[in-house]
Write a protein that binds this ligand. Structure first.
Ligand code: CA
Length: 228
């Protein structure tokens, strides 16, 4: 699927040339010629990248950039600014833009920036997804070790985190106490089954603190299972 790019630029001739070049390279392009239309279009659609002119009627580029970032929209933004406006470049990057080009720009340079920003966004997305595991409304961030049930942040001890991690990796499977013990405690000698029970009980108390549905269920005589 080709990337969908929004270009917000009031100089219609420039916008049309860029659109033609982008189309030629296989991108889908939407144009907006003023700030308000640009912001609305950006919010109502899911673009892969935005090329944003700085001086626009209605809303300036910096304003659009700030408003998009307020909503946690991480779409890559390349902004276009005039040679004389060094202050704009600082403001633009502060407002959350990813890259900039100085007008008049070389079209090949813009194409190269578009490709590199799309590539970077795709690789960020991949590493983000690899670091976050989820099951039902539960998410585990393996890097920050942050655990959430919906929007609620849950504080877990290292052991509790490791148990939950093991459950998520093996969701919908019955896990015996022996399995959990040897996995989480890195220890094969299974002596104290109460250790597991105590940890599971505490983990459930934290996961169900707001009367959420039970996810770690007991399978009598066998062990536990993570399921909805
Ligand atoms: Ca302009």
């Amino acid at each position: 699927m080709s990337a969908h790019i929004l270009m917000i630029e009031d100089e219609v001739d420039i916008a049309n040339v860029v659109k033609m070049e982008l189309n030629y390279d296989g991108y889908e392009v939407t144009l907006a010629h003023d700030g308000i239309t640009g912001l609305t279009t950006a919010r109502e659609n899911d673009f892969d990248l935005i090329i944003l002119d700085w001086m626009l009627p209605g809303l300036t580029g910096v304003e659009i950039c700030r408003r998009l970032r307020q909503t946690a929209d991480q779409v890559p933004i390349i902004f276009l600014t005039a040679q004389s406006e060094i202050g704009d470049r600082v403001d633009g990057l502060d407002a959350g833009a990813n890259d900039y080009l100085i007008k008049p720009f070389n079209i090949e340079e813009l194409m190269a920036r578009v490709r590199s920003n799309l590539r970077r966004a795709a690789s960020n997305q991949n590493s983000k997804n690899k670091n976050i595991l989820s099951f039902a409304d539960l998410t585990l961030n393996l890097v920050s070790r942050e655990v959430k049930r919906g929007d609620r942040l849950i504080n877990l001890t290292a052991k509790e985190f490791n148990i939950l991690h093991y459950f998520i990796l093996n969701s919908q499977q019955v896990l015996s106490r022996q399995q959990i013990f040897s996995q989480v405690w890195n220890y094969d000698l299974f002596t104290e089954k109460r250790v597991i029970e105590v940890h599971i009980r505490r983990l459930r108390q934290k996961l169900e603190a707001k009367q959420e549905k039970r996810l770690i269920q007991t399978i009598r005589g066998v062990g536990y299972i993570l399921r909805e």
